[in-house]
Design a protein around this ligand. Structure first.
Ligand SMILES: C[S@@+](CC[C@H](N)C(=O)[O-])C[C@H]1O[C@@H](n2cnc3c(N)ncnc32)[C@H](O)[C@@H]1O
Length: 312
């Protein structure tokens, strides 16, 4: 497939549950287990017995947390998508953790739990998808007990977009700048449409402070998933598979129709979109060709904050 000459005019994808494109195997390599144990120690997970994972998806974060929480801790996951709720329950059952967990359908903006129901209320890559992330944090605070912990995991995807690979390293300055401008306009467009801000991680500590959370602490995930030949580590194989799959489907973060929608909402026009989309596709094609040639390398970090605060 060529990005220059699409076979057919782009059509919006069939509606799929939220974030379906992002629940692939790369998500299994987001965390170092010893880093999560360090977080558990710093944030005193030993005192936690009731946990809520908001926007749990298919349970990746619930599963990671379960490994560093006391065996007696009970975990509840909530998501607005029925399909994810049942998949998360199945994942935890398959992992032998089914009796410690329950998953229910619900909305992050209006959680169906009484005030002060949980010791720990958490989310991972959810606030970036919400129109009113501060309102969601407020709701997380409501269902956390006094002194309870609110813990969010949210990225700055603009920063991740600025990372160099062995291919992008040699691009002209104007091309690098244009790719960054493209991504910034897309993120701003998505936000203008009320669909959340993909670089929200930078703003979460300040939001927590404004909302009155105390003892706010911010950390960064210490996990990078470096790519270098022969790409034989499990995380490298997973990344390469995802990139090839996305490229084959003419997908760059989002599908073409969604990307155009965000670009227009971000203040761009169709003519400029064509130029920037083609340029982004060309970079992806070159990176995939370099993987196949065994010349691609990149530190490949996922620039993600863990931010914690306590209720008064
Ligand atoms: C990127 S996924 C993250 C899933 C999971 N936390 C993880 O890290 O794997 C975002 C999730 O938030 C859910 N979501 C989006 N808006 C929501 C809302 N208003 N209430 C509840 N869940 C929501 C989506 O259905 C999706 O499962």
């Amino acid at each position: 497939m060529s990005y220059e000459q699409p076979q057919q005019p782009p059509q919006p994808q069939q509606p799929r549950p939220h974030s379906a494109e992002f629940f692939n195997e790369t998500r299994d390599y987001w965390w170092n287990a010893d880093f999560l144990r360090l977080m558990a120690e710093r944030l005193e997970f030993a005192k936690v017995s009731r946990v809520l994972d908001v926007g749990c998806g298919v349970g990746h974060w619930t599963f990671a947390l379960a490994g560093v929480l006391p065996q007696t801790a009970r975990l509840t996951g909530v998501d607005r998508e029925d399909e994810w709720v049942s998949k998360a329950a199945q994942r935890m059952k398959d992992a032998g953790l089914g009796d410690r967990c329950e998953f229910v359908r619900g909305d992050a903006m209006s959680l169906a739990f009484a005030d002060a129901s949980f010791d720990l209320v958490t989310c991972q890559t959810v606030l970036i998808h919400l129109k009113d992330p501060k309102g969601a944090i407020r709701e997380m605070m409501r269902v956390a007990r006094p002194g309870g912990l609110v813990l969010t995991v949210e990225p700055c995807n603009m920063a991740s977009m600025g990372v160099f690979s062995s291919v992008s390293d040699s691009l002209p300055t104007e091309v690098v700048a244009a790719n960054l401008r493209f991504q910034l306009m897309l993120q701003r467009g998505k936000r203008a449409l009320g669909l959340g801000f993909n670089s929200l991680g930078d703003l979460v500590p300040g939001m927590m402070a404004e909302l009155g959370l105390r003892d706010i602490r911010a950390y960064m995930s210490d996990r990078a998933t470096p790519m270098y030949p022969p790409y034989d580590k499990p995380h490298q194989r997973a990344e390469a598979r995802q990139w090839k799959d996305w490229h084959a489907r003419e997908h760059w973060v989002w599908d073409r129709a969604t990307t155009l929608q965000y670009f227009l909402a971000g203040g761009g026009d169709e003519r400029e979109f064509e130029v920037l989309w083609e340029q982004a596709g060309r970079l992806m094609a070159a990176e995939i060709a370099a993987i196949e040639a065994g010349t691609f390398h990149c530190g490949n970090p996922h620039i993600t904050y863990l931010v914690a605060g306590r209720n008064a």
